[in-house]
Unconditional design. Structure first.
Lengths: 216, 216
DNA sequence: ACCTGAACACCGTTCAAGT
DNA sequence: ACCTGAACACCGTTCAAGT
């Protein structure tokens, strides 16, 4: 064969099959050789379209991020954060095996990516001091990623917790919706509201102190 | 050589050198062959002491966890959570390259480990409903692990944020201590306090509803 | 420009063999 | 019981060669 008239591979094709492998058999099952064989091609062929395996994973991460909705900030940063986190969480909910990868990337490229992030920018535009905005955005991000790895998954919790003894009549069933993730998110946002208030008053204090020392 | 009179390897020796490699060159640099050569031995020899590489990583994770202080719960769950998180964070602060591994483990063995966790137990003993306790413990855990990966590291944030423009006189310098991590933790705990109150009143409500329908 | 086949330098792990 | 040497079945990646 060597070179067909029309290319049988493309970045999007490779990227989608990579995600499919991750979904089906986990991140550890994603191999350049396996990815290639799934596309009916040799492993080396993939390097005509991606520089290396990491670039493939970048493409997958980017595609997953496409589903994330950063537009809710028009109705306040709380709403924006909640919308963003929920869409991020539900995007990952369909691809739980991809969460570890995003976790690894949030930590690797984290610094630069996190700061130039739209969520961070939106927080700053809503009056968050830059540093605290990074903290807030990162905290929410890790909360989402942690939740998406099923660590707080209600079903698994029920398997392990002696739930029958604590709640013999199953009255807490209504606390399944909203899921644990939403509860944790609410907790964090509630705390962030208080923090923002304090950060602002700290800023005002500093400003007063500054004009006083400038007057002296 | 083949077999020396006294064994030249031991689990603790291997485990400590594994951590040293991770510290020096990152998780990706930890190889059975490299670990062995550092110990002056062949790779196959390691399998006399550990079933596989994963078992070595387990040992490293366990050693890091030894430094974590879960005893602060005697002075209230807020204090306990804070003490635990801070000790966890500072333990990881000396081994930032190990954080990704713990992140991966928190997600893999997560379900079972998280629930039987001492933190979770302590929260339940302080009146948290089991399910919410899992949520709270997991949220704090991921916050710590996220922070430990340097994603919120103040120095890196300053490199990227246009901080000079926002704060030309450097007045916010005092906000470096406490670090972003502590702020995020405070936010979360504040929110958790409110959540616990609501969870308790929800429980009381349910109990009232139950006795009413039992009377009917 | 795009795919192949073969190779390179690695992995984790196994196992008979030595002491 | 513990370590060696060699092997097995994998990796990611490179590269000349084909069309």
């Amino acid at each position: 064969m060597a070179r067909p008239k029309e290319a049988i591979l493309s970045q999007s094709l490779i990227r989608d099959q990579a995600l499919a492998i991750i979904d089906e058999d986990g991140l550890g099952a994603l191999t350049m050789r396996r990815l290639a064989s799934r596309l009916g091609v040799q492993a080396a062929s993939l390097y005509s379209h991606f520089a290396n395996k990491d670039a493939v994973l970048d493409a997958v991460a980017e595609r997953l991020a496409k589903r994330i909705d950063p537009a809710g900030f028009d109705a306040g940063w709380q709403h924006g954060l909640r919308t963003w986190a929920n869409s991020y969480y539900s995007a990952l909910h369909w691809h739980p095996n991809a969460a570890p990868m995003l976790l690894a990337r949030a930590q690797a490229s984290g610094g630069a990516e996190a700061v130039t992030d739209r969520v961070h920018q939106s927080l700053v535009e809503h009056g968050w001091p830059p540093r605290q905005a990074v903290m807030a955005a990162t905290a929410v991000r890790f909360l989402v990623l942690g939740a998406a790895t099923d660590a707080m998954d209600a079903r698994r919790i029920d398997e392990v917790t002696d739930f029958a003894a604590a709640d013999p009549l199953g009255e807490q069933l209504d606390t399944i919706e909203p899921p644990s993730f939403t509860m944790a998110l609410d907790c964090l946002i509630r705390g962030l509201e208080a923090e923002l208030g304090e950060a602002k008053s700290r800023g005002a204090q500093t400003r007063r102190r500054r004009s006083r020392s400038a007057a002296a």
